[in-house]
Design a protein around this ligand. Structure first.
Ligand SMILES: O=C[C@H](O)[C@H](O)[C@H](O)COP(=O)(O)O
Length: 236
């Protein structure tokens, strides 16, 4: 690895490529969102262009994924047109030892959960900084909420022991708006002891569309690491 290379970027590219290499011709592929998955989309496109991969259809999880897929020449389809998703590739903000995740750093977790959960095989691509012993230790939990329900949802989250904050835009005055036109509330929990229960409890609050806990969905995690100055990929 060259001295000037950004190690996180190198790890992300390495796992993105490793995931793209697992895609088989004739597959319907869920295309995740974020900076790591962007490399997977790029390499799927390159394999298609070189003829190494044929007859792929992508199902994007966001506006970003749609734009990238078009840029790299991946034909797109929708959930209305297909009866299966063979494989989905997606990033994560945290991964615990049970392969449970926090997602939604890019506000895309609602569509991601639909697509990733439907896939026969769900491959998560992360750099090693995303591995945690306990979910919620480094990242706030994203919750997508209908704008008119923001205040009651925040109060309900406080009753559960969370500290909610409305995600604000960068280079945009006011809140972040999801691809569905909703707000994102980021929640700090002191401890997430039971992610499966919290996932259900949060989704049961009227006005919540989806939260970023992905429990029991992941099949494979590809982790980008730097060992002896060389990028490697570890699988769990
Ligand atoms: O909403 C966004 C997604 O859940 C991303 O997959 C997640 O935030 C990880 O993104 P990145 O690969 O850019 O760290």
């Amino acid at each position: 690895m060259s001295a000037s290379a950004d190690p996180v970027k190198v790890m992300k590219e390495q796992v993105g490529k490793a995931a793209a290499d697992r895609v088989k011709s004739g597959s319907i592929v869920g295309l995740g969102t974020g900076s790591t998955t962007a490399y997977a989309i790029q390499y799927i496109g390159e394999r298609l262009k070189s003829g190494d991969l044929k007859d792929i259809q992508g199902i994007p999880t966001s506006f970003q994924a749609t734009v990238l897929a078009k840029e790299y020449g991946i034909p797109l389809t929708t959930l209305d047109e297909v009866d299966r998703i063979d494989v989905a590739i997606d990033g994560a903000d945290e991964v615990d030892p049970n392969k449970n995740l926090i997602k939604g750093g890019g506000a895309a977790h609602t569509r991601e959960k639909i697509v990733d959960s439907l896939a026969e095989e769900f491959i998560v691509v992360v750099d090693s900084s995303k591995m945690v012993d306990r979910l919620g230790s480094t990242f706030l939990l994203p919750v997508e909420v209908l704008p008119m329900a923001m205040t009651p949802v925040m109060k309900a989250i406080e009753k559960l022991g969370g500290q909610p904050q409305l995600r604000m835009g960068v280079k945009k005055a006011g809140p972040v708006i999801s691809d569905q036109g909703n707000f994102i509330i980021d929640v700090k929990f002191d401890r997430i002891d039971n992610p499966a229960e919290l996932e259900k409890t949060l989704n049961n609050i009227p006005g919540v569309l989806e939260n970023g806990l992905f429990v029991g969905v992941t099949d494979v995690v590809l982790i980008g690491e730097i060992k002896e100055n060389q990028p490697t990929v570890r699988e769990i």
